[in-house]
Write a protein that binds this ligand. Structure first.
Ligand code: HEC
Length: 142
């Protein structure tokens, strides 16, 4: 066989692999909300828009989160981010830990690290604006 004739075989192989990996189970569960963080509506709105897809049990799973192999990355990200900071299980943290997390939240937004890329590319308007950051800072100082 000439090498040109291999192309369709290789392409068919990729398609087959793509189809097969779709059957590997992925955990996209949203567990029940245990104890949602109690904050003013204005603060909640910012957190919901920019953070809740990862740091809560209220993840909205977009269509591409259902397509392997991207689904594996997204599910892994959600699991890890909930483990680090979970607004839906806020009462699991001691008061001291809650204070630390809130100051981490402010710092990480100030540094422009959260919400992360490529999430902000895929979710227009998810970036925390300077005005929103100011609102969060004032709330965090209370
Ligand atoms: C696309 C998912 C995603 C979004 C959206 C997101 N995060 Fe994260 N976040 C992560 C992941 C994954 C980690 C853990 C890995 C890391 O530190 O990069 C993390 C870690 C953190 C940490 C560090 C926690 C610790 O102490 O280890 C803080 C604080 C944080 N995020 C705050 C936020 C805030 C505030 C928002 C919204 C403005 C936000 N994140 C939005 C995925 C996300």
């Amino acid at each position: 066989m000439k090498s040109k004739q291999h192309a369709p075989v290789i392409a068919a192989g990729f398609v087959a692999i793509f189809v097969i990996i779709q059957f590997i189970p992925v955990n996209r569960i949203n567990p029940p909300v245990e104890a949602d963080i109690q904050v003013p509506a204005e603060i909640k709105a910012i957190l919901k828009t920019s953070c809740y897809d990862c740091h809560s049990h209220e993840t909205i799973w977009p269509w591409y989160s259902k397509v392997a192999p991207l689904s594996w990355l997204i599910a892994h990200d959600a699991a890890e981010s909930r483990e680090r900071l979970n607004f839906s299980a806020w009462s699991r943290y001691t008061k001291d830990k809650q204070h630390v997390l809130i100051s981490d939240v402010i710092d990480i937004i100030r540094d422009g690290e959260m919400p992360p890329l490529p999430y902000t590319w895929m979710h227009a308007g998810s970036e925390v604006t300077p005005d929103e950051l100011k609102i969060l800072e004032e709330w965090a100082m209370e």
